[in-house]
Design a protein around this ligand. Structure first.
Ligand code: SF4
Length: 301
């Protein structure tokens, strides 16, 4: 066989393998028929369906690629959901799509993984080195909270306290965020909290575009797995990243926007509120609007 023919044969074989992997993934998502033309179901929605299908089967799913919308997961009654142990995370089967399973997760890696869909996202991240922030982290800070929360808070990235503990928003700003959540009538464990990037930028600098690009698909996958009704973007960085614009947060805040099909309320970051307490009233107005959107009683109305 000539070299050209051999190369063509290998290319066709690789394409066939890729097609088989894709079909297996679609099957896991519950797709039984593939119509001609563009798929009507967004990739993230397929991923969420795959997550649910695989959750029922005790398997794992691939992280959805970035896309125009995230799926609204079928809502389950909120309440305590047992967090998987690190052993369960480590023992989970191969990822869909043939990806290599991540190394065994450390105990802190199980934080924020209260559903099989979130475990799958965490497994996909693995001991991530997809951007240069990997080198400086103590812990990868995945997220924390109710895996089926109706309300998700998104911050910028871990600081020193979060890097050491492996949990987002645990320092002074985190304590203020917890107070804000409680003022809304929630317990911290009833909502979900995550960041745009999962590893601490050195010296608490802003994450850089290539770091955001590498990490944002995981945030998108977390949101698809949770299926919140509302996202609150904390601070200019989270808002700018999620909304793909650079309007000052003072102008963005208080106005409903949308991220991947989910209502998004930009507001001030708790760290900024610690420095500028006179702005707390505006942040509280934003949270009150969020409570109204979620049908929660608003104190003082
Ligand atoms: S910030 Fe995100 S993409 Fe970068 S190493 Fe950490 S988990 Fe990976």
């Amino acid at each position: 066989m000539s070299e050209d023919a051999k190369g063509t044969r290998e290319t066709v074989a690789e394409a066939a393998e890729e097609l088989v992997r894709h079909l297996v993934w679609l099957e896991a998502a519950g797709v039984r028929e593939v119509p001609p033309g563009k798929p009507k179901c967004p990739p993230a929605q397929l991923a969420a369906r795959a997550a649910r299908a695989q959750e029922a089967a005790g398997g794992a799913v691939a992280v959805p690629p970035p896309g125009p919308s995230i799926a609204r997961a079928e809502r389950q009654p909120s309440g305590p959901v047992s967090a998987p142990t690190a052993a369960r995370v480590a023992a989970a089967p191969r990822l869909a799509g043939g990806a290599t399973p991540a190394p065994a997760a450390r105990p802190s890696a199980a934080k924020g993984c209260g559903s099989e869909a979130l475990v799958a996202v965490r497994r996909e991240i693995g001991e991530c080195a997809r951007c240069k922030l990997a080198g400086g982290r103590t812990n990868l800070v995945f997220g924390v909270g109710n895996p089926r929360a109706e309300l998700v808070f998104v911050g910028e990235g871990p600081g020193e306290d979060e890097d050491l503990s492996g949990e987002p928003f645990v320092g002074r700003a985190g304590q203020l965020l917890t107070k804000m959540i409680e003022a809304m009538g929630y317990r911290r464990e009833e909502v979900y909290i995550a960041n745009v990037v999962k590893c601490r930028p050195p010296g608490n600098r802003n994450p850089e575009p290539d770091e955001i690009a590498a990490c944002e698909p995981f945030l998108r996958a977390q949101l698809a797995a949770i299926g919140p009704k509302v996202i609150v973007a904390l601070g200019k960085f989270a808002a700018h990243t999620l909304l793909r614009e650079t309007t000052p947060i003072s102008k963005l805040r208080g106005r409903w926007r949308e991220y991947a099909g989910v209502k998004l309320m930009p507001t001030f970051h708790p760290a900024y509120l610690l420095r500028s307490p006179e702005e707390k009233r505006k942040a509280w107005e934003d949270l009150q609007a969020t409570m109204r959107e979620l049908g929660r009683p608003v104190p003082g109305r």
